[in-house]
Design a protein around this ligand. Structure first.
Ligand code: NAD
Length: 297
């Protein structure tokens, strides 16, 4: 069997297109653009790339992007004061504080300052709680993107066995909550799980979010399963031209067994920014008190 390749790039382009149409409609109805503020503290190279591409994508979607770059030694109190200013700003619908923060800033405290109704990353405990009890809130972008790809490929997920490898607050845990809400039977595996290969072999759906290159082998996969590879790992050394990106799944091995699989790159990666734009637009509609049809995006 050769697995179908789940093309996250094409899906993400479609989602961004739908967000763009609804963003224009929002502007027509309210006389202002939906606004997304991104805060970056310090000079972390990867974070700078992420923030730049988020800003560009925001503008391309027809929304207003507000970028706040602060020096690495910004006192925590100043960062919190900025978040409070953004909370109070009616032109800002969504606020994203790029992580990681410098060591002297308490990430939990900063995230807790964000108004949960502007928390488009879905990291605030109020939004984690809303997800856990099935209330409308904001769901972290990466797992929500994974769910969109799964729904697109499989339709109704109810009754399926799903294994999520990884239990981080950003990916693994919210992914498990989303799959429970879809009536899957969910197993969350992590670094202490015994016989991981056997656990994975039971699964109709495998979501790998570990951060270990090609850890999940082809012979762990149940024939016909759908595999979502969240991992982004750089391998091959730092010499230019030698580095390549691989996922947490052995793509060649798993492709021979699975029904469908996301590639790395080009699978889950492009979904994350597209879902961020989607969340920002949803925030704008909610904050303006305008109904957005349930499954519009
Ligand atoms: P994390 O380090 O916070 O969590 C990793 C999880 O893997 C932990 O819960 C740990 O228990 C589990 N784990 C570690 N070793 C294991 C093992 N041997 N067997 C089973 N489980 C094990 O990472 P994260 O933030 O959840 O990210 C996971 C991966 O996803 C990383 O490669 C990251 O780069 C990638 N990621 C991609 C996107 C995207 O946009 N595509 C977004 C976020 C994270």
């Amino acid at each position: 069997m050769t697995a179908e390749r789940i093309d996250g790039k094409i899906f993400a382009e479609g989602l961004r297109g739908r967000v763009g149409v609804l963003a224009a409609e929002f502007t027509a109805r309210t006389g202002r653009k939906a606004g997304l503020a991104v805060v970056l503290v310090g000079e972390d190279a990867a974070s700078q790339v992420y923030v730049r591409s988020k800003g560009k994508a925001t503008i391309e979607a027809g929304m207003a992007g507000f970028e706040h770059r602060l020096p690495a030694d910004t006192p925590e109190a100043d960062l919190i004061a900025l978040v409070e200013t953004l909370n109070a700003d009616p032109t800002v619908d969504g606020i994203l504080v790029q992580l990681p923060l410098p060591a002297h800033c308490d990430e939990g405290k900063v995230i807790a300052t964000i108004n949960p109704d502007k928390d488009v990353d879905g990291f605030h405990v109020i939004n984690a709680g809303r997800l856990a009890v099935g209330q409308a809130g904001f769901v972290p972008c990466t797992p929500l993107g994974c769910l969109m790809l799964l729904r697109d490929r499989l339709g109704d997920l109810s009754g399926l066995d799903a294994v999520v490898i990884g239990r981080s607050n950003i990916v693994g845990k919210p992914m498990a909550q989303l799959l429970i809400a879809q009536s899957c039977t969910v197993t969350v595996a992590h670094s202490r799980t015994r016989n991981l290969a056997d656990v994975v072999r039971r699964a109709d759906i495998v979501v790998a979010a570990v951060g270990r290159p090609e850890m999940v082998k082809g012979d762990w996969i149940k024939p016909g399963a759908t595999v979502i590879d969240v991992g982004i790992n750089r391998v091959g050394g730092s010499e230019p031209g030698k580095t390549r990106l691989v996922g947490d799944v052995d793509f060649a091995g798993a492709s021979a067994v699975a029904g469908a699989i996301t590639p790395v790159p080009g699978g889950v990666g492009p979904m994350t920014i597209a879902v961020l734009l989607r969340n920002a637009l949803v925030a704008a509609y909610r904050n303006a008190g305008i109904d957005l049809p349930e499954n519009a995006i």
